[in-house]
Design a binder for this molecule. Structure first.
Ligand SMILES: Cc1cc2nc3c(=O)[nH]c(=O)nc-3n(C[C@H](O)[C@H](O)[C@H](O)COP(=O)(O)OP(=O)(O)OC[C@H]3O[C@@H](n4cnc5c(N)ncnc54)[C@H](O)[C@@H]3O)c2cc1C
Length: 382
């Protein structure tokens, strides 16, 4: 059963309309992720450039008909991001804006930090990145080794990050680091990427190429003390606990991105194999039903995170939506016959993107482990 009200339904319709522009540019952006700079005037890209800026810092809040929206609520983000990703996940993730860092700053930043960060987001379209993953640590955030140390009276950041979306074009980076061993030693800081010692370069990738994931080296980058996020909070509330809260909030959005890819592949096969009969037609219908069911799960998971902060259902939604994205894109290839990936470049791109989204914000194994914890504790599935 849908949990969407009239406002979210209107928002969804608007996002779908804007996403058509994303689709039109999808293949050229996939070939050259730098081309996002030519698309800053698309309404969807403009929307993303302030999507997630809290109402208190919005200069000109986006509206759809009589409704205001700002992307600070998980269900709203899930609705919009599914439509944008159905247009093109590459453009969605290539767009400037607060993105994942915005969720972190809204949760952990004090008043001044929020003004500093969100003020820059509303002044002009600005790229940001969220640097957590490390070359040897992968999804194990608690083992991160990037160090934030006091040296000659100054805070310095040293380490390496990898697979960070938009790393090389971001002007501001939220970087996770540790001040001492253990979970309470983890913290996040905001950096101006023009600071000396910050270096980022794009990595080549097969899927979601628009996001231009990159490798970052941090060579003694000086960090202003007032850019340490959550400086007004106890270490327990700004360490791993805080990052888990942020990931809980973001997970339904990643599930929605995967769902968007599944929906795009399903629409593609319906359009290009409109005459499907018998088993093939049944197969396409079943895929449509599973997409609708997964959408209901994603919306319920987003609503649950909004209501309680619990991300267990969101883990189920993320795992399910990623599996469905892979299954739907591969089924579409199968249905369109041999050489489908060669003769349908957009479908080939969707297959590659589906594999990429699996690795965003934790793979299926990690989501299953989290879901298991939720079931064991009775927080989900009771
Ligand atoms: C398109 C894209 C965008 C990204 N954007 C960002 C970003 O903006 N910022 C950022 O910091 N990172 C980003 N990432 C990185 C992403 O978060 C990591 O890829 C992810 O955390 C997985 O890490 P890894 O690739 O090193 O794999 P690993 O964590 O090393 O996992 C490798 C394999 O081992 C399995 N595995 C690991 N641990 C366990 C376990 N305990 N039990 C069972 N199986 C296990 C995993 O399921 C997986 O199959 C992005 C990745 C992609 C693909």
């Amino acid at each position: 059963m849908s949990v969407l009200d009239g406002r979210l339904t209107a928002l969804r319709g608007q996002a779908r309309e804007w996403a058509a522009d994303f689709r039109a540019a999808a293949l050229e952006l996939d070939r050259d992720p730098g081309l996002v700079a030519d698309h800053l005037d698309l309404p969807g890209v403009r929307c993303l450039s302030t999507f997630g800026v809290p109402p208190a810092f919005q200069v000109d809040p986006p509206t759809v008909g009589p409704y205001r929206f700002d992307g600070t609520n998980g269900l709203e983000r899930a609705v919009v991001l599914e439509e944008f990703a159905a247009g093109d996940i590459g453009m969605t993730l290539a767009a400037p804006g607060p993105s994942m860092s915005g969720v972190l700053v809204a949760k952990l930043g004090d008043q001044e930090q929020q003004e500093w960060f969100f003020g820059r987001m509303t002044a002009a379209p600005t790229w940001t990145c969220f640097a957590l993953t490390e070359p040897e640590r992968g999804s194990d955030a608690s083992a991160l080794s990037t160090a934030l140390r006091e040296e000659d009276g100054e805070l310095r950041l040293t380490g390496a990050k990898r697979y960070v979306g938009n790393a090389a074009r971001a002007r501001y980076a939220a970087v996770f680091a540790r001040t001492r061993p253990g979970p309470l030693g983890v913290t996040a800081v905001l950096l101006d990427t023009e600071a000396e010692g910050y270096h980022a370069e794009p990595l080549d990738s097969l899927g979601i190429r628009g996001a231009q994931i990159g490798a970052v080296t941090l060579n003694g980058v000086r960090v202003d003390r007032d850019r340490v996020l959550g400086r007004h909070l106890s270490p327990a509330r700004r360490g791993i606990w805080a990052s888990l809260q942020v990931f809980n909030e973001l997970r339904p959005s990643v599930a929605a991105l995967a769902l968007g890819i599944a929906g795009a592949a399903h629409a593609y096969v319906r359009e290009h194999y409109a005459g499907a009969l018998g088993e093939d037609r049944d197969r396409i219908e079943v895929l449509g039903g599973r997409i609708a069911a997964t959408r209901a799960l994603v919306h319920r998971a987003a609503a649950a995170v909004d209501a309680t902060g619990d991300g267990y259902l969101a883990s189920a939604a993320k795992a399910r939506a990623c599996a469905l994205a892979e299954e739907t894109t591969l089924a579409a290839c199968d249905l369109l016959g041999p050489a489908a990936r060669l003769s349908h470049p957009l479908l080939d791109k969707l297959v590659r993107d589906a594999r990429g989204v699996e690795f965003m914000e934790g793979t299926r194994n990690i989501q299953h482990l989290n879901l298991f914890q939720g079931m064991r504790s009775g927080r989900v599935g009771a």
